[in-house]
Design a protein around this ligand. Structure first.
Ligand code: MCN
Length: 806
């Protein structure tokens, strides 16, 4: 694909599958997670949680817990309401009126909501003491269905909002009415449903918090993905300035978006550390995680209509989306509408209308879940296209190819003002189909039929459009002109000739230490092993990083952009310094193999250590402004003034892409779906480390297959979570996974320093891929339409038994 992207000079390190630097310590159990940190006299915290989905708190009695030897103290919602302010709401009204305290105040709104905190000498004792706390409740009517929550007479969760609707807006781009007037066919789809599921990081939430009474400062060791933002949430709640909150993150056992949210339990830890004058340790249990660690949001799409030309050209769609936010609004800024970054998916339809409404229900609150709420929108566009193909008799492959944004259209401006930077979607589709042997599909279908099985071919795609989510802030205030997320890095050469890189990011397994080292090694001419990378957050030593964190697939662009900028600066200074020593021009110096040397004269070479020593120990004879060999660079994504007419402008920087294809076999007797072949083709521009990229593709695909077949947060009508542990909530194991074939295309982004695009949130295409495979398989058994993103065996069995109901 021809773009104006910088051609990356792949060196000895960049573009290579360099083994991950962090894995040595992680696989040997040498990582340091917050739960590894111990302090003398620390107290263990356990929460008393609500057994009701909706109830008034009549009374709380903690006296029996206090009598248990070894119990240090308790905290209730009433105390929290005196000592803190509610978390500020990023949402606009009416949702913005929600009062979200660190413990339930007056009322509980979902099962598992923290009501009382108990601290004791051991974890087990805290648990026992929590059982001695008596809470009297007056149960209230429950609403778990977002559609019902919006109806007249539904029980209201937050009276201060005047109802359960937290946000509503109409998003219209192009001329939708004209498109429908021009259409040869209008396909109607009554209801589609994207199910509630989550990511399941190995490490649950928690913290170790110390309070220094002398300075009034808290130090919090935790595993938040976005510590800068956590401080901004917690400071005002605790009524202190940010200098009073030192947040430290080290190794983090997975995040996937869940840990972007600042969970109010952290404020409880702070209050108790101050109240009880001892360090507080809180580690969430798995069931607690399932019950109250925010979930990925469920979404309904109602009364969808699609305008199609006779030749299969898609003109546009209109739909009503209803989002289930759960009991509190804990999503990052307007996460509910980040879907609009990928409103048209990969397709060229230009007339789109979404009436979007978000409702609060008596279920766990939501947070970003790998792909924010883009996954829902991308699933919707893919599902709609397959249903159109089914209804009008088009081939799902051909209709996609006809309607894809084509490579020659790139950079392509979507109707809502986003710019897809580069890519070749048709080629990726061809590759994925080839990998799953789609050309032999009819033959395989017949063979499966001879064994009594239904075989189907499915396709799904995903765009990962991280990097610039704060552009969404314009949704609150259209006059804001944010340039998107910045990132900062420092690269220095020290007195021993060691290269030390400081990142502001908080990796949870993404391999930042490795790819940052690759970029630096090639830029300054040394090997990867001599580059030492410090990732993770400490408000003290990398407060320069400000708003940093790891989320939104931005490291490949902003993180590495900052690293590259700082490394370029350092390389320039090293050349300048060597030129002073050798009395030549800086351009005559080359940096290679750990030396600064005169080009063409390998004898005239200074080892890096000598450069470090000259600057740090022996710089008396230098000019007034000597090089420091300590370089800091702020990467700012290129900024284009947003177009208010389109609601937001060209703020998203990169669009990486994955196309998934699968072959599934459905057993018509049981409804069980087996994935027999699977391929994912990824394009994230220039790959710094192909093996890390492939690992990301594999992880995200497993996540997607899990969501499509096994993983669900199912609630009954009383708001009981039916899948509160790993027994009921089945995450795919290695043995559940099909053989996964991967391939890559590299279409460098013209907008980023290294041609990279963020890709860690991809994988959502896998959910659709399975849905499409099942729908194709069911053609031979009544031809049901798949309308849900989650299709466990009993739902598939129903589709076979009652295709007319789909
Ligand atoms: N990379 C590369 N070449 C590219 C693109 C990416 O080598 N062209 C590398 C990057 O250098 C980085 C990794 O791939 O090491 C992922 O990069 P990127 O897509 O920029 O994503 P981030 O590093 O910003 O990570 C965030 C992303 C998100 S948003 C979720 S959700 C998710 C994901 O990462 N959560 C994860 N992958 C995860 N992987 C693990 N193990 N754990 C999580 O919690």
């Amino acid at each position: 694909v021809e773009t104006e992207a910088p051609t990356l000079q792949k060196g000895a390190a960049m573009g290579q599958s360099v083994p991950r630097k962090e894995d040595g310590r992680l696989v040997q159990g040498q990582g340091v997670f917050f739960d590894d940190i111990k302090r003398h006299g620390m107290g263990f915290l356990h929460f008393v949680r609500s057994p009701y989905a909706h109830a008034k708190i009549e009374s709380i009695d903690v006296s029996a817990a206090h009598e248990l030897p070894g119990v240090y103290g308790t905290l209730t919602g009433d105390e929290v309401a005196i000592l803190t302010d509610p978390f500020f709401q990023i949402a606009a009204p009416p949702g913005g009126h929600v009062k979200d305290y660190a413990l339930a105040v007056g009322k509980v709104r979902y099962i598992g909501e923290p009501v009382v905190a108990v601290v004791a000498q051991t974890r087990e004792l805290a648990r026992d003491a929590a059982e001695l706390v008596t809470v009297e409740y007056e149960p209230l009517e429950v609403v778990v269905d977002a559609r019902k929550a919006l109806q007249e007479g539904a029980p209201v969760l937050h009276e201060e909002c005047g109802g359960n609707m937290s946000y509503t807006g109409v998003w219209e781009w192009g001329d939708v009415d004209a498109a429908f007037a021009e259409a040869d066919h209008i396909v109607s789809i009554k209801e589609l449903h994207f199910d509630r599921f989550n990511s399941t990081p190995l490490e649950c939430d928690g913290a170790l918090v110390e309070y220094n009474r002398g300075t009034g400062q808290w130090t919090m060791y935790t595993n938040n993905q976005f510590p800068g933002f956590a401080a901004i949430m917690m400071g005002p709640a605790l009524r202190v300035g940010l200098d009073k909150l030192r947040i430290v993150t080290q190794d983090i056992g997975g995040g996937f978006g869940n840990k972007i949210t600042t969970h109010p339990q952290l404020v409880v830890c702070c209050l108790l550390a101050r109240k009880l004058k001892r360090p507080i340790q809180w580690t969430e249990w798995r069931t607690e995680f399932h019950q109250s660690m925010s979930h990925g949001n469920e979404r309904w799409f109602e009364d969808t209509e699609v305008a199609v030309k006779a030749d299969g050209t898609l003109l546009g769609f209109r739909t009503k989306a209803i989002d289930d936010a759960g009991a509190y609004l804990r999503y990052e800024p307007l996460g509910g509408v980040i879907w609009s970054q990928v409103a048209p998916g990969m397709y060229k339809w230009r007339h789109l209308r979404v009436e979007f409404t978000q409702a609060m229900t008596n279920k766990a609150p939501c947070s970003p879940n790998r792909g924010y709420s883009r996954m829902q929108q991308l699933w919707f566009t893919e599902r709609v296209i397959d249903i159109v193909a089914h209804e009008l008799g088009f081939d799902p492959v051909e209709i996609r190819k006809r309607n894809y944004v084509q490579p020659e259209d790139m950079p392509y401006e979507t109707p809502n003002g986003c710019v897809y930077d580069s890519g070749d979607y048709p080629r990726a589709l061809e590759m994925a189909l080839e990998l799953v042997g789609a050309d032999r599909i009819e033959e395989r279908r017949a063979e499966a039929a001879s064994r009594g099985k239904l075989l189907g071919l499915g396709i799904g795609s995903t765009l990962d459009s991280g990097t610039n989510n704060f552009g969404q802030s314009q949704l609150v205030n259209p006059d804001l002109q944010f340039s998107g997320n910045n990132e900062v890095a420092t690269v220095k050469l020290d007195i021993f000739g060691e290269v030390v890189v400081t990142l502001g990011t908080t990796p949870q397994g993404q391999g930042h230490e490795t790819t940052a080292a690759q970029v630096v090694a090639d830029t300054i001419g040394c090997d990867v092993d001599s580059v030492h990378v410090r990732a993770g957050h400490d408000s003290y030593w990398n407060s320069h990083a400000g708003f940093s964190g790891t989320y939104a697939s931005q490291f490949a662009v902003t993180g590495l952009g900052a690293v590259k900028g700082a490394a370029d600066m350092l390389a320039g200074q090293m050349k300048q310094l060597a030129a002073m020593v050798f009395q030549c021009a800086p351009d005559d110096i080359e940096l290679a193999e750990g030396f600064a040397r005169i080009k063409g004269n390998p004898e005239a070479a200074l080892p890096f250590m000598a450069l470090g020593a000259i600057v740090n120990a022996n710089n008396a004879g230098f000019p007034d402004d000597p090089p420091t060999l300590n370089c800091r660079y702020v990467y700012r994504p290129p900024f284009q003034v947003p177009d208010k007419e389109r609601k937001f402008g060209n703020l998203t920087l990169t669009y990486s892409m994955q196309i998934h294809a699968c072959v599934v076999e459905v057993d018509p007797e049981t409804g069980v779906t087996e994935v027999v072949d699977y391929a994912a083709v990824d394009d994230c521009g220039t790959r710094i480390n192909p093996q890390i990229v492939e690992g990301q593709v594999m992880g995200a695909t497993a996540h997607a297959i899990g969501a499509a077949l096994w993983e669900t947060f199912a609630y009954d009508e009383d708001g009981n979570l039916l899948t509160p542990n790993f027994y009921d909530y089945h995450v795919p194991h290695a043995l559940d996974m099909p053989p996964l074939k991967t391939a890559a295309i590299e279409s460098p982004s013209p907008f980023t320093p290294l041609g990279t695009k963020g890709m860690g949130e991809g994988g959502g295409g896998g959910i659709h891929c399975i849905c499409a495979g099942i729908q194709d398989a069911l053609r031979a058994a009544g031809g049901a339409i798949v309308t849900d993103s989650h299709n466990p065996y009993h739902r598939v069995w129903e589709l076979i038994a009652h295709p007319e109901r789909s």
